[in-house]
Design a protein. Structure first.
Length: 94
């Protein structure tokens, strides 16, 4: 299974929170009127979705590192930077 390639971002469109990749809408206001999530929760969910491709990429690198650290020597700082960026994006801070 493949996901949509490219940068996933959270945008506001027609007073809705959407996750987009270029002009493609990945997700739009996943709202359950029975649960009544807050705007903050909707935004947090959108940020988490938008960061998914970044987290997948860095998790793949981490798994390679843990399987055989010698193959990834010298890339530790780059991997840690990607981890921090993915966390910041998931938390809606970047």
């Amino acid at each position: 299974m493949k996901h949509t390639k490219g940068k996933w971002e959270v945008k506001q469109a027609d007073s809705k929170t959407v996750v987009v990749c270029g002009s493609m809408v990945i997700a739009s206001d996943l709202y359950d009127e029975n649960a009544s999530p807050s705007i903050e929760e909707i935004d947090a969910n959108a940020n988490l979705m938008a960061s998914s491709p970044d987290m997948l990429e860095v998790l793949k690198k981490c798994s390679k590192y843990f399987i055989n650290p010698l193959n990834m020597m010298g890339q530790e700082d780059e991997i840690m930077e990607q981890i921090i960026k993915a966390i910041i994006k998931a938390e809606g801070q970047g």
